[in-house]
Design a protein. Sequence first.
Length: 603
Amino acid sequence: MRASSAEEQEEAPAAKKAKHEEQIRVRARDGEEVALSRDAARLMGTLKDLMHLATSEDGIYPMPTIMASTLQMVCKLNDPDYTWPSSDEPSLYKLIQFIEDALYLDAPIALKHLQRAFASRLNGMRAPELRALIGAGGDFGSAEEYAPPNAEPAFVPEDVLEAPQQPASSTLPPEPLLQPSFSADAMEAALGLVDVATLAEVKGVSRSWRVLAQRVLCSRLCRRDEQPEPTRLDEITDLDVEQLIEAGRPGDAAVAGRMLPGLARLHGYGYVVDVAAVRAANLQCEMGSNWRRPSLLHGATKDALNSCITGEGEPPLRLTIAAVACSGSGVICGIPVQQLREDVVTELNLSDRGLHVPAAMLVASLIPATSVLKSCNLLKNRFDVESAKKLTKMGAEKGIMLSDMTRNQRAANFSFQGLQPADAILIASDLPFMAVLTTLGLSINNIGDEGSIAIAEALKVNTVLTELELWGNNIGDVSAIAIADALKINAVMTKLELGGNEIGDEGAKAIAEALKVNAVVTKLELGGNEIGDEGVKAIAEALKVNAVVTTLSLQRNSIGDEGAKAIAEALKVNAVLTTLVLHSNNIGDEGAKAIAVALKVNA
């Protein structure tokens, strides 16, 4: 008996293993049979139910809705250990077909594989790229065609904001992907892992894709557990602001505060915000001993706001800013939050208020909610570079100027104002709006490399600015290289002042290369930098071919005899330079003699 029991114990695992590995066969729609193990079949709800509820015919289970090749692929993808070959890239059409069948088979692992593959093909694309990838012709009317596809809030339900109608005479191009065989569930599942930013762009593919993206976005952002999907704005009670923030759309929180009358809660980062409580909270800033430095979201203001938020620990700043933008009342830290959200502010002056980064984040979240705001002076605050860039992004999208300059201004002088890198970034963002500005003075500030690089980027597309003064701004080689790159493209700049900075040989070499191709700069000021012989030699080589520079200032650098000799050689062939400033360098007798001889030849 003992031997028999031992044998049974040894045989039991083997029998169990054999049962698990037992093959079943499924007959597909095309009559072909697909074999798979019972364990693999049980991972798919439909096959599991089929084995339990149906009787097989000669050991074969019928599956008349799916082709054999598709069934085989879905079975492979539903294996937790399966890795999709990188070389195997099915078309989007085929991916949706697989998704349709994975849904039918209730194969969750395969569905995730397919959704990831679909999302990887779309994520990060803009509307024109998506249109080309999907193969759908734009069927919008003219007003929709030229409107940014992501201009409407991401949370808007399907067809809530009525779009302009297409003229009756228009011909609608075919949309290959929207085949009748694809269910709405399959199409929505296909977009299940596409990120929010890309889904907003999908709205610009075609009308049918816009409706699909609206449905997916609204469900993802506004649907809560065990609640029906909202179909009207007044049905939306909850909003996931974390997904909006991570998608670069923090402004949608402010828009939601205006558009959603039933909004009760904001969700994100593991916290829940009580919208009504924020609306009723006193968020007036504590002015402290220095009235010029209001503290946004500190002290009692912070405590009042945190009392409206439930969750473990300290809520992230991004969430609290979204809460204030969505439902803060009145004026907070000098910022008319409620009026901006209600879109009744046309001009806003927040210059020199001592505002810090949270205030910049708040303004950046409110700007997208406005349509009448045209100018907003944000200079001379305490913003960092990152917050300034966020502000410029929002300002550019809305056509709002941020530096108190006006569109018809011909000259702007910001010298001696203690400007920081963030200020220069704001000023640079306004330059594309200014069609007649010819002179920009930024001397004796502290814009540094990050600020001057922003100015340089603006110069690449600017077609009117002829004079730029950047004296004394802690600009180094990195900035000089960026400005040099701009000079290779810019065709209008005639006067450039870069004196009193920290430009060394590398920056001088970059500027020299630009002078070889630039045909407009006539006055170049480089005095008071850190340029040595190597840098000035490069400038000298450029002077041999440059036919426009008439004034060159190189005083108070580190130029020695070798550099002076190189300049002298250039003067022998250069026929346009009329003013050369070289005092306060390290030039000795040999260098001076070489310059003197060259001047006789030049004369």
